[in-house]
Write a protein that binds this ligand. Structure first.
Ligand code: ZN
Length: 140
């Protein structure tokens, strides 16, 4: 059975830990903010209420603030880069990871507020569920 941490990083459904949350790759930059409306494997509703992922914004904000601070301090103080080149490097890194970070924040939040159902993972693996093909959300 996948652990909660590996499921968070794999961006999979918190209930069955098998179905993908997002239809496209985090680093392909194709339809970056599109998410499935329900789990393709167990049918778990990915949007249980309007504004459900509001809380993910705080995870994203806190995490990225500390990451940016740490990154600049490391380059500037440890590697003695100039302030301008440290910030230039930060912009490049932030540009590369921001889609992944958006998705990871949603994944962490969703896992924090959801219960894991081991029976669901077993049912998915056994192939006994019939779940309709999920539509991706219309946003981008
Ligand atoms: Zn699922």
């Amino acid at each position: 059975m996948p652990s909660v941490i590996s499921s968070m990083f794999a961006l999979t459904c918190p209930r069955c830990r098998r179905g993908e949350l997002f239809p496209t790759s985090s680093f392909g930059f194709d339809k970056p903010f599109m998410q499935y409306e329900h789990c393709p494997k167990c049918g778990n509703n990915y949007f249980p209420e309007p504004g459900f992922y509001y809380g993910a914004m705080f995870i994203s904000y806190i995490g990225s603030a500390f990451f940016c601070l740490g990154f600049i301090m490391l380059l500037h103080w440890v590697f003695e880069w100039s302030t301008a080149s440290s910030f230039a490097a930060l912009l490049v890194v932030a540009g590369l990871v921001f889609v992944w970070w958006f998705r990871f924040s949603r994944s962490v939040y969703f896992h924090l507020v959801s219960k894991y159902d081991q029976e669901m993972t077993k049912a998915v693996d056994a192939g006994t569920l019939s779940v309709p093909e999920p539509k991706p959300t219309s946003q981008n």
